[in-house]
Write a protein that binds this ligand. Structure first.
Ligand code: Q9C
Ligand code: ZN
Length: 530
């Protein structure tokens, strides 16, 4: 089966907080119902392939959770409100409702073997990874946790397991942010055989932007993910890492999730499962959910403005609300009329009150892929039309531009660490992909590059191929038509000489292109070396 499925059941939203608890008050069923309505009204649901929802079996829940814990949770439907309240109190930041435990609802990533935690009862993503390993014999599963909280429940589940690579970025603020754990820091990298398969990116300041998120994808996650070569990618997709969220206080806009999704779709031949976790600003949440769905369905990616240098934490001096308000000129103008006192109050503006431009619609034209060739092609891949012949002059021009490749690992390192950051910052309106027979690139590598580059220019791409065989033309057309790129296999390390060359180029170019910067000198100023 291919396509995108949407798993949701009304039953998941039949729960509510039955007593007063300010910590849990933001975890409301409208998070689910409003997200679902938004997906429906954007016409996204009807484009999905139908997959029926079923309850998780006890056997599945027991893949991670203990028998004792499951038995305890099974008692909750018959508890009185008082009993539920008491039961809840043995755990942290969570509540139970008598009917909530049938079809398991999000979120899940804080839930542990024998404990509910952080609005989570059962760990959906951990169970999914264990299930996939067991029933589909998978050897490598990647979990990307872009929720603003650390999914410690997922980390605990796989910390000794080298077959599951867990990545999480999270608001940390030197352990002062919930769940306040030492093991959420960057130096927790896994244990025993699992050493190196746990990647934490703690944010020690709030107000992170689209540039910060892309920077971590290009310089931390994607290099590791391509080297790992997952057979399946699961996303703990919390949208509390988006602008306006009362928990996250971050400034990344909903559009960024369209890009993060697109970037992950090139892995594992597109086998990607995005699972809702947090997200408590209903406007930001529903917009982010729709952006993610659009990308899963192959719609052209949205344009991002203002991509540049990630923020060295030492340079963030402003509280997040101030940083976010730069986006909002309408508010700013109004503010000029305010008195000093009112201005002061404004500084303490809640993230819920922050405004940002509504994402532009992402119309879904049928992907238009046309082929033009200087010679007759025997057969064209499905969905491509023949346009006509290429003038000889274009071919001569194209030949002058070359992307010379060494090993797969080197090429991918250069593409992820140099080309993509540079391209995202440049923000082109058109991407010209040029390939000649002398490039030395293999088809799967080229198809990967081609797919990744379609995140730019809202997918507007012109590919020029010269002297390439049918396999290359076919691979390019498939990629341009939105098919997932072939996987590359575990990449291994690029040879030292290539690493050195790529690093030298990065050093040289980072003065101009901020998104190439992956470190800052001690003083907190931009690295001028190179
Ligand atoms: N305001 C998820 O996003 N309490 N869980 C925070 C500080 C718990 C978040 C209290 C937050 C749990 C899935
Ligand atoms: Zn969260």
């Amino acid at each position: 089966m291919s396509g995108t499925a949407l798993i949701y059941d009304e039953e998941m939203s039949r729960y509510q907080l039955l007593w007063d608890d300010p910590v849990c008050a933001i975890e409301i069923p409208e998070r689910l119902t409003r997200s679902y309505e938004a997906v429906k009204s954007a016409g996204l649901e009807k484009r999905c392939v139908p997959v029926s929802v079923r309850e998780g079996t006890e056997e599945e829940i027991l893949l991670y959770h203990s028998k004792e814990y499951l038995e305890q949770v099974k008692q909750t439907p018959s508890m009185s409100v008082e009993e539920l309240k008491t039961f809840t109190q043995q755990f942290g930041d969570v509540y139970f409702h008598p009917v909530r435990n049938k079809k398991q609802k999000p979120p899940g990533h804080h839930s542990q073997r024998s404990a509910a935690n952080g609005f989570c009862v059962f760990n959906n993503v951990a169970i999914a990874a264990l299930y996939a390993k067991k029933h589909y014999n998978l050897n490598r599963v990647l979990i990307v946790d872009w929720d603003v909280h650390h999914g410690q429940g997922v980390q605990y589940c796989f910390e000794e397991d080298p077959s599951v690579l867990y990545f999480s970025w999270h608001r940390y603020e030197h352990k002062s942010f919930w769940p306040n754990l030492d093991e959420s820091d960057y130096n927790t990298v896994g244990k025993g055989k699992g050493t190196g398969f746990n990647i934490n990116v703690p944010w020690n300041k709030v107000g992170m932007t689209n540039s910060d998120y892309l920077s971590v994808f290009f310089h931390v996650l994607l290099p590791a993910a391509y080297e790992f070569d997952p057979e399946l990618v699961l996303v703990s997709a919390g949208f509390d890492s988006a602008i306006g969220d009362p928990e996250g206080h971050m400034c990344a806009t909903p559009e960024i999730f369209g890009h993060l999704t697109h970037l992950l779709m090139s892995l594992a031949r597109g086998k990607l499962c995005v699972v809702l976790e947090g997200g408590y600003n209903l406007t930001s949440l529903t917009q982010s959910v729709c952006q993610t769905m659009h990308s899963l369905l192959g719609d052209p990616t949205p344009s991002l403005s203002g991509i540049g240098s990630p923020c060295p934490e030492s340079q963030i001096l402003e509280p997040s609300t101030k940083r976010c308000r730069v986006e909002n000129t309408a508010e700013e103008n109004k503010e000029e009329e305010n008195t000093e006192k009112e201005k002061e109050e404004k500084t303490e503006e809640k993230p819920e009150d922050i405004k940002w431009p509504e994402p532009l619609p992402r119309p879904a034209p049928p992907v238009q892929t046309v082929v033009t060739s200087s010679t007759e092609l025997e057969s064209l891949p499905k969905g491509c039309q023949m346009l006509g012949k290429i003038p000889q002059k274009c071919i001569e021009e194209a030949e002058k531009i070359r992307l010379a490749g060494q090993s797969r690992a080197s090429v991918m390192q250069a593409v992820i660490g140099l080309l993509l950051p540079l391209a995202y910052e440049f923000s082109p309106d058109l991407v010209l992909q040029v390939l000649t027979s002398s490039s030395g690139l293999e088809m799967p590598v080229w198809a990967q590059v081609s797919s990744l580059l379609q995140g730019l220019a809202q997918g507007r791409t012109l590919a020029l191929l010269q002297g390439c065989d049918k396999d290359m033309v076919g691979g390019t057309c498939s990629s341009l038509s939105g098919s997932p790129a072939p996987i590359l296999g575990p990449l291994g390390h690029p040879v030292d000489k290539d690493v050195e060359f790529i690093e030298k180029q990065r050093q040289r170019l980072q003065k101009k292109w901020g998104l190439l910067r992956n470190s800052f000198s001690e003083s907190g100023t931009k690295n001028q070396d190179g």
